[in-house]
Design a protein around this ligand. Structure first.
Ligand SMILES: O=NC(=O)[C@@H](O)[C@H](O)[C@H](O)CO
Ligand SMILES: [Co+2]
Length: 402
């Protein structure tokens, strides 16, 4: 029986920071797992290097479920994004190894193909409505068949989701950038620019919007109702999800579909949202929600309640996660849509292979396992430096949800 011989925590920064776990078996088979937690990367790197790697050496890489239970229950201190991202990295690396040993692309081990393609949505944004509409047109030109639209709100300088020089990278400061936020200005302004985007795209085109945790529950209900005539594909994170109850209030007032989950890391964090049908799409991801083993449990629970997947897929989730996500998206019955932002050009120098983009969809690699390889020589050229996500403050100076 092969055993886990080596487990390396690899940190690199090709245009942005990534943490990767590489597991090598006694047979020389290599598996990769993404361990990137934007703005808190080194916490996961330390959890892996100092606490999990010593437990992995000598264990059987084929026992994926047993490893997951061992790491989840054996920690005693359960759940949370750091723990679940570290467990995810081990889990995905072991699934990668299993695929390589079997000589099969991962989706074949997850039940085989349920769909011909994985529909993705692009980001379009602007510091003005005109700029946003140009970006919407560019996304359509690039073949995207679903588009998320964000626009700067006058008076809120750092509005969430607005690209700078053609890319959106929120973790771009050595210390948190403090950005002003004016909820009433957003509630007055956003429905108008979303209506302009709907006008440009025409009815029926999947139009998404990320509220990004900014509204109180009743404000979110008001927002959802104000955009109802636009038939959004979804409004995302309309209110902070610390209290899942909040979504009952929103649900009572609006039929605008709701997507939640990118900040959540276990089935327990989404259980009420799913079983009370408070959401329509669950956005939990392979890298932050315990890996493939746990995420497929979340999607199976969601399927019982008519909730579909809509996984987070920002560029701070590495190509390892993107590949694993597309393998899972290809196989599950209740796939909804997959976020796709693409990566800075330098990323392809470190991460080779994985899912490919074509015609508004992502396609899984047909190579064994995930189909991703990691180039150490290239990675060594990109020095890590801490980068923080912004902090939002209301106009009175108090901290708000970013
Ligand atoms: O829907 N996508 C998002 O909300 C992302 O842009 C998140 O703010 C970043 O991934 C945080 O690192
Ligand atoms: Co989001």
């Amino acid at each position: 029986m092969a055993t886990i011989d080596r487990a390396e925590v690899l940190i690199t920064s090709p245009g942005r920071n990534f943490v990767t776990l590489r597991i090598t078996t006694s047979d020389g088979v290599v598996g990769l797992g993404d361990a990137t937690l934007n703005g808190r990367e080194l916490a996961v790197a330390a959890y892996l290097r100092d606490h999990l790697v010593p437990l992995l050496i000598g264990r059987d890489p084929a026992r994926i479920e047993d490893m997951w239970q061992y790491l989840f229950r054996g920690a005693y201190w359960r759940r949370g994004p750091v723990t679940m991202t570290a467990i995810a990295a081990v889990d995905v690396a072991l699934w990668d190894i299993k695929g390589r040993v079997a000589g099969l692309p991962l989706y074949q081990l997850l039940g085989g193909r349920s769909r011909e393609e994985v529909l993705v949505y692009a980001h379009a944004s602007g510091s003005s409505v005109e700029e946003m509409l140009d970006d919407v047109a560019a996304a359509r030109e690039a073949g995207y068949r679903a588009i998320r639209v964000q626009c700067a709100v006058p008076g809120s300088a750092g509005t969430y989701g607005v690209k700078k020089n053609g890319r959106y990278e929120p973790a771009d400061h050595a210390l948190p950038d403090e950005q002003p936020w004016d909820t009433e200005a957003y509630l007055q302004f956003a429905p108008g620019y979303l209506a302009a985007a709907r006008e440009a795209l025409g009815d029926g085109f999947p139009l998404l919007h990320d509220v990004h945790h900014r509204l109180a529950p009743l404000e979110a209900a008001r927002f959802g109702r104000s955009v109802e005539p636009l038939h959004l594909f979804w409004m995302e994170d309309p209110t902070p999800v610390d209290s899942q109850d909040s979504f009952r209030l929103i649900r009572q007032h609006t039929t605008t579909p709701i997507a939640v989950g990118e900040t959540l890391s276990s089935i327990y964090d989404v259980k009420q949202l799913i079983t009370e049908q408070l959401i329509d799409y669950v956005r939990t991801t392979v890298v932050h929600a315990g890996g493939i083993t746990h995420l497929r449990r979340i999607f199976d629970l969601a399927d019982l309640y008519g909730v579909r997947s809509g996984s987070h897929g920002a560029s701070d989730l590495s190509p390892v996660t993107q590949s694993a996500a597309v393998h899972l998206d290809t196989a599950i019955p209740n796939f909804g849509i997959q976020e796709h932002m693409g990566y800075p050009d330098l990323v392809a120098e470190v991460f080779h292979g994985g899912a490919t983009y074509a015609g508004g969809a992502l396609h899984p690699s047909e190579e064994p396992g995930l189909g991703v390889t990691y180039d150490d020589a290239a990675a060594a050229r990109f020095e890590y430096s801490p980068k923080y996500l912004p902090v939002a403050r209301r106009l009175d100076g108090s901290v708000h949800d970013w």
